[in-house]
Design a protein around this ligand. Structure first.
Ligand SMILES: [Fe+2]
Length: 303
């Protein structure tokens, strides 16, 4: 039996982006996407959901094409930061910085970069809030996962395993699903020809909230780019959209919860019948607009 879960990483906390217009970002993400403002700094906006995380999105104003700055993970302990820092060089990455976190959530942060420029920040002791109970019915609770493309996915996967303690949960022809806790996957690697951001998924409290979110996005001029549907690996309901800046964002719900009894399966096990790309079979495959957006947002070369 495989041991699932990372000994060092507990969860995905937040993702940070450079976007060209913070006012437009605030309008979209607080009204249509249903996040709340957690904090502001000169040139930066932090947005939260209904759960315990201080923020889920950190947005920094920068003219030009949107960029991903970093993916922030929460460590299980202070000692885990030391373990990750120690494991990173042998895994082929480098430690970019360590010390007090540079955002309003605070805590201690370690930033590591893999050989292809994917930047992971690992935090410990960051601020938490008391979750709304019951959660507002249409507000994202927390992030569910981030998917990063890789032109050499086995190399990128080895880095997640060796430097961050992630475990392969499932492998399809086009995706390596990486587990760190009870969620089936918290990161995934898209097996493709580039190192762009594929998408970021926000966990909704219910399937109905995913569906109502699809209607809200459609009304606001952001129709679904793929979905609604239900994935194979992870068993989660999904609906994908492109935000005003070109970031691919997903509403998801009902992510499979796994433990050490989970058996990873491979590409031969995860095949759809002809014409199918999800369990429900009602949505057509992703279109060209989504596919273009899923290769357009790259990591900032430095911060
Ligand atoms: Fe997803």
């Amino acid at each position: 039996m495989a041991t699932m879960t990372s000994p060092w990483v507990r969860a995905l906390r937040s993702v940070a982006f450079d976007v060209p217009d913070l006012a437009a970002a605030e309008r979209f993400y607080t009204t249509v996407w249903q996040l709340d403002v957690a904090a502001r700094e000169p040139g930066a906006l932090y947005l939260r959901g209904s759960g315990a995380d201080h923020h889920l999105l950190a947005l920094h104003e920068r003219a030009g094409t949107p960029r991903i700055r970093q993916v922030t993970l929460r460590a299980r302990s202070a000692a885990a930061l030391e373990s990750i820092a120690g494991a990173t060089p042998a895994a082929g990455g480098r430690v970019a910085s360590r010390g007090p976190a540079g955002d309003p959530a605070g805590g201690t942060a370690l930033t590591i970069v893999d050989a292809d420029g994917r930047r992971y920040e690992i935090v410990h002791g960051d601020a938490r809030r008391t979750p709304a109970a019951p959660p507002p019915r249409d507000q994202p609770v927390r992030l569910a996962h981030a998917v990063l493309n890789s032109h050499r996915v086995e190399h990128s996967r080895a880095f997640l395993e060796q430097a961050l303690g992630f475990v392969l949960a499932d492998r399809t022809k086009i995706m390596a699903f990486m587990n760190c806790d009870a969620d089936h996957h918290t990161l995934a690697l898209g097996d493709t020809d580039n190192d762009a951001l594929n998408h970021v998924a926000f966990l909704m409290p219910t399937l109905d909230a995913v569906m109502r979110g699809g209607g809200r996005m459609k009304d606001a001029g952001y129709p679904s780019q793929w979905g609604p549907g239900r994935h194979g690996p992870g068993d989660n309901a999904f609906n994908y959209f492109i935000d005003p800046f070109g970031l691919v964002i997903e509403y998801t719900a009902e992510v499979e919860q796994i433990d050490d009894t989970h058996t990873p399966r491979g590409p031969a096990d995860w095949q759809w019948p002809p014409g199918r790309v999800d369990q429900w079979g009602i949505a057509p495959p992703p279109g060209d607009e989504l596919k273009r957006a899923q290769r357009a947002v790259h990591f900032a070369p430095s911060l």
